[in-house]
Design a protein. Structure first.
Length: 175
């Protein structure tokens, strides 16, 4: 073993060590691998941030409208306002890298897909909202518990469908 170590050292000293260019490329490759591994987590975090904004819009609209409309109508109107907010946030923040420079037609198609997903995710949202409303809970807080429970019921389905269908990465064009 002792004899091999000097040979390795003499090889390194003799110019067989990695060049600065090779070291830089290795560092860049490691950085790309790290970014690739973290990309889904980073995207989910951005999706959650946008969802938080949508949640705030949902709660605010529901709070204002619940005082003048039936709870179910207030829920629908607040949901529509939140969907518009989250579409814009996801389009221009969460998935912005996937759709730079697209034509208006592609943007319209994407918006229609997003609203279709919203309608699908509204089903568990609506069911849970109404189930919680029908349970015997303490009065004033019950509509808000129902709202939050309903929102969480549809959240994961929304992320999966949004990332894989609505804002799916474009396949590279081969020509």
């Amino acid at each position: 073993m002792l004899r091999q170590e000097p040979q390795l050292n003499s090889q390194v000293q003799g110019g067989n060590a990695a060049s600065p260019d090779q070291s830089r490329r290795a560092t860049q490759t490691a950085s790309v691998i790290r970014q690739t591994r973290l990309a889904p987590l980073k995207r989910f975090f951005r999706f959650a941030m946008v969802g938080g904004m949508g949640f705030a819009v949902d709660v605010l609209c529901f709070s204002v409208l619940a005082s003048v409309l039936e709870l179910q109508l207030a829920r629908i109107a607040a949901f529509v306002a939140a969907v518009c907010t989250t579409y814009l946030g996801n389009r221009y923040f969460t998935f912005a890298d996937r759709h730079k420079g697209e034509a208006t037609a592609a943007h319209t198609e994407q918006a229609l897909r997003f609203f279709a997903v919203a309608l699908v995710t509204f089903i568990p949202n609506w069911v849970v909202f109404n189930l919680v409303l029908w349970t015997p809970l303490a009065g004033d807080v019950q509509p808000y518990l129902a709202l939050v429970a309903g929102i969480f019921a549809g959240m994961m389905v929304n992320f999966v469908l949004s990332s894989r269908w609505v804002f799916a990465a474009k396949a590279p064009h081969r020509g």
